[in-house]
Design a binder for this molecule. Structure first.
Ligand code: GLV
Ligand code: MN
Ligand code: MN
Length: 422
């Protein structure tokens, strides 16, 4: 197989990439610069339609599954061989920025465009995958699309998912026009030869080191809990302090216990976050009777992550007894870490050397669809620096040149992998 042509960062149409990222950012239910794009909301549907148009202009063959995962394939000369896949997500948590996920989607389009412009023809097909709901915002579980593609969610588990308005996943997907059977979402073994995800780092390491590319070796193990506390409501003026069973105060103690558990796990990499706290009835003159908390716990070390989850359960039991509130703990997910394939990290390292671009190995502390694609085929991720490591906030930023460099490395890697025959 001939060597693919070299794609340097200057051959990436950075202006077109920026225009596409900005267009996507306009599909938002929060005012700019914030981006909020929740699964199957109006802005999400508009963004999906826009992406389909962009894929069509490159002549990609498109398909969508019953969960709304979008597959856009640049057919190779050997379409019967497992394809090389790359992609990410376009959903955005409330009050987020415009680069998380989108860089890895628009980046594939730009990589394909650059390769088409130099007359490259892939041997294996190259496929963009736009995953449904990498963010857990709507149904409480992250990486919904890739999780289902990896076959890790049973049909019964999918059927049990409900959003905070009580809509089932089944109702929501049908309302969005996705009616194909969920049984067909799982990807058969051998479907892809490799999956590469381009993403902003979402941490400060690359920017501080002045290194343009991070090559991910491992993705940390994420988990989340939903804890529902039921105390006793009542009149804020009339019920004296010793007689109260305030669900919010139990939740407040528990949030501090989460911090304590993460800090004393024995691993410096453990992080614990109470990111959701909803109370009811939610009136200033009413004692909170109910509290729902959602708690995120992660580490690259599975044992430390699991010790932290156990410590949070122990604290929940102690606090609920002491405060006379009832607690139920649901484990929403507890996923193992994902290793990246040495053959792929070596390929990316080699590509960076060939292009004269400095790169360093990294850990991904954030999770990504790659975590689940690792169960489908070998994976790795290409990280680019972002301003101060900011992410999941409106001032998230990656410079156009940094994005173009990441796309050039991605393009070269995809081109190389598409030529590997065995
Ligand atoms: C993904 O957005 C994560 O929370 O790591
Ligand atoms: Mn995110
Ligand atoms: Mn992301």
């Amino acid at each position: 197989m001939p060597n693919p042509p070299l794609i340097s960062p200057t051959q990436i149409d950075a202006a077109a990439v920026q225009a596409q990222l900005e267009q996507l950012a306009r599909f938002s239910s929060a005012p700019a610069p914030a981006v909020t794009r929740v699964l199957w909301s109006e802005p999400d549907m508009q963004a999906r339609a826009y992406l389909r148009e962009q894929c069509a202009t490159l002549g990609l063959e498109m398909r969508e599954d019953g969960l709304g995962n979008l597959f856009a394939r640049w057919l190779g000369t050997a379409p019967e061989l497992p394809a090389v896949a790359s992609g990410s997500h376009i959903d955005a948590i409330p009050n987020a920025g415009m680069y998380d996920g989108t860089v890895g989607v628009i980046g594939v389009l730009a990589a394909i465009r650059a390769l088409q412009q130099v007359g490259f023809t892939p041997h294996r097909s190259i496929e963009l995958v736009v995953f449904t709901a990498e963010e857990p915002t709507r149904f409480g579980v992250g990486c919904l699309g890739s999780r289902a593609m990896a076959g890790t969610l049973t049909l019964a588990q999918l059927a049990s998912l409900r959003d905070s308005d009580g809509h089932t996943l089944e109702q929501a997907r049908h309302a969005a026009g996705y009616t194909a059977e969920l049984a067909h979402v799982a990807v058969p073994e051998g479907h892809y030869v490799a999956f590469i995800e381009l993403h902003i780092e979402q941490g400060p390491v690359l920017e501080q080191a002045g290194i343009p590319i991070g090559i991910v070796q491992k993705i940390a193990a994420p988990s989340s809990l939903r804890i529902t506390l039921t105390g006793e409501g009542g009149h804020a003026g009339a019920v004296l302090m010793p007689d109260r069973h305030d669900a919010l105060l139990a939740a407040a103690e528990l949030a501090l216990a989460v911090e304590q558990a993460a800090c004393s796990s024995g691993s410096p990499d453990t992080v614990g976050t109470t990111g959701v706290l909803r109370i009811a009835p939610g009136a200033v003159n009413s004692i909170p009777a109910h509290a729902v908390m959602e708690i995120d716990v992660r580490d690259t070390d599975l044992a430390a992550r699991d010790r932290t989850l156990a410590a949070i359960r122990t604290a929940t039991a102690a606090i609920s007894i002491r405060r006379g509130v009832q607690a139920t703990v649901e484990l929403l997910n507890a996923d193992p870490p994902a290793p990246c394939a040495p053959a792929l990290t070596d390929t990316v390292r080699h590509v960076c050397q060939t292009l004269g671009i400095a790169a360093q190995p990294m850990i991904s502390r954030a999770y990504h669809d790659s975590l689940f694609m690792a169960r489908v085929c070998p994976i790795t991720m290409i990280f680019i620096p972002c301003y101060k490591g900011y992410s999941h906030r409106p001032d998230e930023y990656a410079a156009p040149e940094a994005i173009a460099t990441g796309i050039a490395v991605l393009a070269q890697t995809l081109a190389h992998l598409s030529q590997v025959s065995a």
